[in-house]
Ligand binder design. Structure first.
Ligand code: HPA
Length: 270
């Protein structure tokens, strides 16, 4: 595994000749940020050795190198979800590669169901913590000691300084930014009403099918992490309506300008 990660990062270093400082994983319908990037180079996933290829609708797979808010970034357009059938090693592979490329800051975005009754569809929420409910752990198996410890600390997963900056940026632009706990589940089913209630009782504000595996791996390697989510549907009893992937994407696209602005300004201030 380590050899594969090293081979892939060497390939990318050679191809891109670019040393990004910040890695970004763009989630569902959050392609808006791409338009803000001064693209220097992009590499389709299919041309990257050892890289899986994205299959889900609405996710194009490529690695983008460029400048955003005067910072050198690497953006992953399209992520690998556990529900697609990828192993946890595949889901988190790109984060390992980022670290070997010298990236120490990871920004992740996603779409989620809102569990907190104060949230509305279309709200954007900064992650302050998470609950891992994936049926398999991304760090299970032989530990790559070169990359991080066997038993990583998870007491401060989402960087407090970045969260504070995001709050300042949002208030400067009159954007209502919330903070919450994200529970990561396998999917691909959306939750039953009973499951939404269960996750709320667990202490979560949001539920989604991504992010947690990548973030765990990033924290094992001591990367600073910032996570942000768009509430695309409600899991609050009495407000639950039928939900589809298309609706999730439509809401995400509508909230895109707000999200893009927060991320752009946050990156500028980093
Ligand atoms: N549940 C799980 N994942 C999601 C949801 C949801 O309600 N909305 C968007 N992603």
């Amino acid at each position: 595994m380590l050899e594969k990660i090293k081979a892939t990062s060497s390939f990318i270093k050679e191809k891109s000749n670019f040393n990004p400082d910040i890695g970004i994983i763009l989630g569902t319908g959050l392609g808006g940020l791409v338009k803000e990037i001064e693209i220097v180079k992009s590499i389709p996933y299919k041309d990257i050795p050892n890289f899986p290829v994205t299959t889900v609708q609405g996710h194009t797979g490529r690695m983008i190198f460029g400048k955003l808010g005067n910072k050198k970034i690497l953006a992953m357009q399209g992520r690998f979800h556990f529900y697609e059938g990828y192993s946890m090693q595949e889901v988190t592979f790109s984060v390992r590669v980022m670290k070997l490329l010298g990236i120490n800051h990871l920004i992740v975005s996603n779409a989620s169901g809102g569990l907190n009754p104060d949230y509305r569809v279309g709200d954007i929420v900064v992650l302050k913590d998470h609950i891992n409910m994936f049926p398999e752990h991304p760090l299970r198996g032989a530990n790559m000691a070169e990359l991080g410890p066997r038993f990583p600390d998870m007491s401060r997963v989402y960087d407090e300084r970045l969260r504070n900056k995001a709050r300042v940026v949002a208030s400067e632009h009159n954007i209502n930014l919330k903070e919450g706990v994200y529970v990561g589940v396998s999917g691909p089913t959306f939750e039953t009403p009973a499951e939404y209630i269960m996750f709320r009782n667990f202490g979560a504000d949001l539920v989604g099918m991504s992010t947690v595996p990548e973030v765990i791996v990033a924290r094992q390697m001591d990367m600073k992490v910032f996570g942000i989510s768009i509430v695309t549907d409600s899991g609050v009893p009495g407000q639950i309506v039928e939900v589809s992937h298309e609706e999730v994407q439509q809401v995400a696209i509508k909230a895109e300008p707000k999200m893009t602005l927060v991320l752009k300004e946050l990156i500028k201030s980093m």
